[in-house]
Design a protein around this ligand. Structure first.
Ligand SMILES: NC(=O)c1ccc[n+]([C@@H]2O[C@H](COP(=O)([O-])OP(=O)(O)OC[C@H]3O[C@@H](n4cnc5c(N)ncnc54)[C@H](OP(=O)(O)O)[C@@H]3O)[C@@H](O)[C@H]2O)c1
Length: 254
């Protein structure tokens, strides 16, 4: 599936590229020929994916980055430019979440979740959009969630941060369309990663959750990749400000 697109000579930054959905996206982009810059806080995970890409004949660099620290965001962009001299694609995939009823949520919990899921996306996208503008255009894909348009107990601040990210996607798309930068979102439903492990590690809970999904099961991380590659490709030249939900029919199931 990845082989349908040609991203040779393109450079892509993927945040959270060391595991889960971000890792799958990074491998998919690399399979299409893109050079990858992977960012997260965990060096070992990033190195593993970089090695995997290199073993398959691709090019990749790891930049340990805490997206809560704006200087580290600047350093990520600087390193990408020093290494490859361009950035064509940005995948804002990193996210924080924890189960906490709103009554019990501390202020620093709110700040951590909004900091990574929303503020960092703004800071990184703004820095990268300046480069893309000089290059004549680019693609930004923000990973949101079905929770951006659906309420739920226990993860209110996560849902709110992703709803804000959905609106940020639209506003960036509108402002940067004249720069030929397409900004879109991909919203996964429940996907089998460390993020959702509390659900799928308990067979009874997994079965209960899967029962609400028309496709009858959770997604695998690799199943989110096709939508992202499409939004990075020439096949989607006229699509900006949109969201593709990869949710097994969950949002259709009201
Ligand atoms: N799994 C699901 O069911 C599901 C459903 C809908 C949407 N999503 C979305 O899909 C995306 C990927 O999630 P996933 O399921 O693959 O989860 P995951 O395996 O937990 O990955 C989250 C990534 O975010 C990175 N991250 C967290 N805090 C960071 C920080 N301060 N600075 C830099 N990176 C940071 C993590 O790396 P470090 O901890 O090493 O920094 C990790 O690589 C997220 O945007 C999530 O909201 C997931």
């Amino acid at each position: 599936m990845a082989g349908r697109h040609d991203f040779s000579n393109k450079v892509a930054i993927v945040t959270g590229g060391g595991r889960g959905i971000g890792r799958a996206i990074a491998l998919g982009l690399a399979e299409c020929g893109a050079k990858l810059v992977l960012a997260s806080r965990t060096h070992e995970e990033l190195d593993k994916v970089v090695n995997e890409i290199k073993e398959n004949g691709g090019e990749a660099t790891a930049v340990v980055t805490d997206l809560m620290v704006s200087e580290q965001i600047d350093k990520l962009v600087e390193t990408a430019m020093q290494t490859y001299d361009r950035v064509d694609i940005l995948i804002n995939n990193s996210a924080r979440s924890f189960m906490r009823p709103l009554m019990e949520l501390r202020e620093d919990g709110w700040d951590k979740i909004f900091g990574v899921n929303c503020k960092a996306v703004f800071l990184l996208s703004r820095a990268v959009a300046k480069i893309m503008s000089d290059l004549g255009g680019g693609r930004i894909v923000n990973i949101t969630t079905v929770g951006a348009v659906r309420g739920g107990a226990g993860m209110g601040v996560y849902h709110a941060s992703k709803a804000a990210l959905s609106m940020l996607t639209k506003c960036m798309a509108v402002e940067w369309a004249p720069l030929n930068i397409n900004v879109n979102a991909v919203g996964p439903g429940l996907t089998k990663t460390a993020f959702s492990q509390p659900i799928w590690s308990n067979p009874e809970v997994e079965q209960m959750m899967a029962g609400r999904i028309p496709k009858g099961r959770l997604a695998e991380p690799e199943e989110v990749v096709g939508a992202v590659l499409f939004l990075c490709s020439e096949d989607s030249n006229y699509i900006t400000g949109g969201t593709i939900y990869v949710d097994g029919g969950s949002l259709a199931n009201y």
